[in-house]
Design a protein around this ligand. Structure first.
Ligand SMILES: NC(=O)c1ccc[n+]([C@@H]2O[C@H](COP(=O)([O-])OP(=O)(O)OC[C@H]3O[C@@H](n4cnc5c(N)ncnc54)[C@H](O)[C@@H]3O)[C@@H](O)[C@H]2O)c1
Length: 276
């Protein structure tokens, strides 16, 4: 098990928004960072900023749904860092790619191009599955690891105008619960982290009708992620944290009481009946 400052943390979608905030915050913990994105220039800008402050940063321009690229990255990281300790599945294609006014105009499901629907499914769901499959094995070998999946609030999963984005986040939420059960007892945990409302990033453009400073700021997501990267969260598995309700000034049991629930929708009840 790696201690404190020597962890290697892989963040997908790190070129802007919440992923960039994660990278900036975690760079201050002394961790080595692997930053992945498709946006080359923006990713390089973040890397240069953090490297000039002394952080060990490795960048990879790749699509997280590309299996060959994921495998090549795994081999690269093994030789440079000896593996990944924390994987943050943050990258996603947002509903603003369908319409920058999606919260106002609420485009109908039949108005969404098939290619974009399928791209969201591929990146937002399969991308997280692929990266987790590729990096979980090394974590299990070391008997320590973290997978943190960024999903969204329940009502966003079925909000009108969101097209495939919400249903894809629902799929990732369900997948996260399966992952957490599959990894139970291995030393590798899987948890979900959500902001708890719209965040001031490119995914919520000004055309959506909210002033940027009224939104949740991306930095709000950082404290619970930083905690998940510590040994204090060793037995914390299969949970979802709402960042907006996570108050770092409170004792841990208060934070957990206010901001944490099981992953997915257990309140719906177990409705399937299996033959006995
Ligand atoms: N912004 C919000 O209101 C909000 C709310 C709830 C959850 N989230 C989630 O938070 C996460 C971060 O979102 P954000 O608001 O920072 O969005 P963002 O659009 O600002 O950043 C997403 C990043 O992912 C990258 N990306 C997209 N496709 C990729 C691919 N195939 N491979 C690699 N990188 C890719 C983009 O280039 C971009 O840098 C997402 O999972 C999003 O669904 C956001």
């Amino acid at each position: 098990m790696k201690q404190g400052t020597h962890k290697t943390i892989l963040i997908t979608g790190a070129a802007q928004g919440i992923g960039m905030a994660f990278a900036r915050h975690l760079s201050k913990t002394g961790a080595g960072l692997v930053l992945v994105d498709v946006a080359e220039a923006a990713l390089q800008k973040v890397a240069t900023e953090l490297q000039s402050a002394g952080t060990n940063v490795y960048t990879k321009v790749m699509d997280i749904s590309d299996a060959q690229a994921a495998q090549a990255l795994q081999a690269d990281i093994l030789s440079r860092f000896g593996g990944v300790d924390v994987l943050v599945n943050n990258a996603a294609i947002g509903p603003e790619k369908n319409s920058p006014r999606y919260l106002i105009d609420k485009p109908k499901f039949w108005e969404m191009p098939d290619e974009l629907w399928l791209a969201m499914l591929r990146v937002n769901v399969f991308g997280a599955q692929l990266m987790s499959r590729v990096f979980a094995a090394g974590m299990m070998d070391k008997k320590w690891g973290r997978i943190v999946n960024i999903t969204t609030s329940l009502d966003t999963m079925y909000r009108q105008g969101i097209g495939a984005y919400g249903p894809c986040k629902a799929a990732l939420e369900a997948l996260s619960r399966i992952m957490s059960q599959d990894l139970e007892g291995t030393g590798v945990t899987v948890n979900v982290l959500v902001p708890g409302g719209p965040v001031n990033t490119g995914m919520v453009p000004a055309d959506c009708g909210f002033p940027a400073d009224a939104l949740i700021q991306p930095e709000q997501m950082c404290a619970p992620l930083a905690w998940l990267c510590t040994e204090e969260s060793n037995n914390f598995n299969g949970r979802r944290i709402v960042a907006q309700q996570w108050n770092d000034q409170e004792p841990l049991d208060g934070r957990i009481r206010n901001a944490v629930a099981p992953i997915a929708w257990p309140q719906l009840g177990a409705q399937s009946q299996f033959p006995v």
